[in-house]
Design a protein around this ligand. Sequence first.
Ligand SMILES: *[C@@H]1O[C@H](CO)[C@@H](O)[C@H](O)[C@H]1NC(C)=O
Ligand SMILES: *[C@@H]1O[C@H](CO)[C@@H](O)[C@H](O)[C@H]1NC(C)=O
Ligand SMILES: *[C@@H]1O[C@H](CO)[C@@H](O)[C@H](O)[C@H]1NC(C)=O
Length: 787
Amino acid sequence: MKRRIKLFLNLKSLVVASILASAVVLLQVESFVFLKCPTCQTTSVSHLKAIKNRYTDQNRKHTSREKRNQLHRVIQSIEHYGKGEGQNIQDKASDELLETLIMLSNAKTQREVSFVGRKLDSLNIMNKESLPIQERVLKATALAGIFSTSLNILHDMLDASYLPSKIAYTAVCSALRKAGRNEQLEELMYDLAEISRKKEEFVDVFAWNIFLASICSSVEHPGDKILTRVWKWMDPFVAKEQFCVKPDLFSYNTLLHAAARVGNQTLVESVWKDMAQQTEFQPDIRAYNSRMMVKSLSERLQILDEIERNPNVSPDKYTIDLVIYALVQEGRLEDVENLLNDFVSSNSAKVIGDAFSAFFITLVQSDNVASARAIFDTYMCEESKYFCVTPNTRHFNILIDGYRRLAEATSTRIKLDGELTNNMQKEPSCDKTVALAEGRKLYRIMRKRGVRQDPYTLSSMMGLCTSTSELINVIKESESEITPAVIRSVITQCGSLGDPSLACRFFDKYARDSKNIRVWNVLLGALSEGAKQDDIVLDLNAAPSLEEEGRNPSMSDIALMIDGHKCSEAAIILLNIMNSVSKKVMAPYPNSQSFCLAASALQYGFTDADVAVDLFRNATYAGIPSDGRFINAVFRCFGDDIDAALTSWKGEIRLSCLEHESRTRRAPVSIHRSRNKNLVAAYNGLLYVCGRALRPDVAVRLAYAMNKEGLEPNNVSLNSYRSGKRVREDRLAKETNEEKKAGRMWSRLIPKPNMVEQYESLLFVECTKYDPRIKRMSKDKKVRIIL
Ligand SMILES: *[C@@H]1O[C@H](CO)[C@@H](O)[C@H](O)[C@H]1NC(C)=O
Ligand SMILES: *[C@@H]1O[C@H](CO)[C@@H](O)[C@H](O)[C@H]1NC(C)=O
Ligand SMILES: *[C@@H]1O[C@H](CO)[C@@H](O)[C@H](O)[C@H]1NC(C)=O
């Protein structure tokens, strides 16, 4: 008891300390998610996904080895059949069959396996071999994945009214399930039911459950018809009538889990009630977990109380994973600690390690890295008295990446705030500092303990760097392999730290000879980022050299070709290097993304209609599709030259867009919906130019034109105009007097100020009339006015 209380205090104080440090952040981070941050959100989530996927890959390898061993065992048992006790020597397998099966056990490729399958089909097993041998062959072919052969044998048996052993037909069922052959599986279930009924036996519920699991795994949405069907089958009478089977707890759980997975709460409740009425079996922890999945956080805690009152069930790792966030939110840390203590004391080290990874991911994904850290410090820190779980690479990776996400989220919030309130100071907040410091501290612990680092560790650590010198150090010190993904992270990180020159150096050192388009695009992205930050001039001499001394610069160094240029120019140079036919450098040809990135670099630099049209033509020549994203980026390069933009639109760009669309005319509906998306994105690019030129009159005309084409201008259209206008105002503020005088020549085209306002409110109406949310808002306004 004493130990518990101490541990509780320990855990509590840690959580409280770290929560206090970041409580403010967490609140704001949540609201920030609704604003937007396309880049950081996607990178973070995909990073965690990658950590998860790698893990499942390892498991898959394991199961295929397991399957192979099983197959060997079955084949051995056929070889030895007839020699064992109680086995009839006449039932021995024929030599021909044995030979073929040995081929099967040696087969390595899918082709070899299917060859053996055809051979087996020709052996007339049904008539030549004894039933015990047939059953074993059935199992072997099912394991090897030769469905047609095993189904043939099984159907021959069923046709002859012979019911094979449960083990044999279950093997066929699970093979069909693994191959996703649901229809064949369902047919088989009906056939088995028919024969079993004649024999007055029940079909093995285990085989039926395999069938249920198989069809339930294809359920995709809450209203799925499969759910309705399966629920009907749960009725004992229906199950007996149709499948000659008695549903068991596992059957119910399968349905329950499928309904919970797609979030059909009503069905979960109904199935749960049905189960509760069954006297034969009572809900187990799996059933409770499924029920929790469709509940809100506070309802989950009520279910947890139910579980604790029920002496027959105890929480498992899934239960803990489902409630841990809710408990932390409620401040019920003692309960977290009790759950974890019980869990730790009754499971193997491997299970505990995996479960803790899952808990960490859950907490980190709900922006609660502080609590994950507190659990780490309590159970996984050697200095802690309660140390009992040895942390591995994955645990460290999840936590370090959690801090990286936190730091990234905080700095994005600052950026957004800065934009909203203009000119606010952009100092790193104390929350960000805490996140950075904690992430680095964890990394030091990892190194000190000698836990192996992998590329994910390195990528996350680079995300925690706030300066390029730190970045260089992290890479120098790391023991991890430098994978292509790591290189891409480095280059991206240099870009966002505002040092495109260093990005270029890294590129030359690690990726210059790479023919992988992704790393080239990442460099273009870093240049585009540099263009955004006042179009930095590249200065390769100022960037720290990464080479060991003695290396002569090579002629194919990208650095040599773009040194001294502005980022926007450098992006075009790089694009041309990639696009050139007579290649000095073995670069990959640019793809759609390359052109998009170059276009977005260009829009921040010296913008000019000729360059924009050039870029568009070069892209068309290179076979790049005129999709909305690219055309939008191209228009943004027109600067404030709305006349040129309109001319190109009417003259060539529009045509090319429509051509791109007609390519997909015969495609499914989903693509037609994207047709409109593409055209709307192109128009939105034009609206941006209108904003830059302060020509709301043209913008309104464009909105009408969109309507005529059956397109709906939306809030993004409106924002495009507004962001163009904002850029205009920023640039005017920076202009010198002479530039202003030159600009006045154009100003006669701009509508008078009061007209600007009128056109803009027209534009507002056009862009919001299809938006139900805004409509509701404006109705509210009207009501208020009438009152
Ligand atoms: C949940 O499943 C039931 C039975 O299949 C179905 O009647 C109901 O419409 C589903 N609920 C939702 C929200 O789709
Ligand atoms: C278009 O291609 C030409 C010839 O390859 C090149 O000189 C020019 O810089 C390219 N323009 C742009 C904007 O990419
Ligand atoms: C535009 O409106 C949609 C819903 O109509 C909303 O989800 C989206 O966040 C809005 N976008 C912007 C930039 O306001």
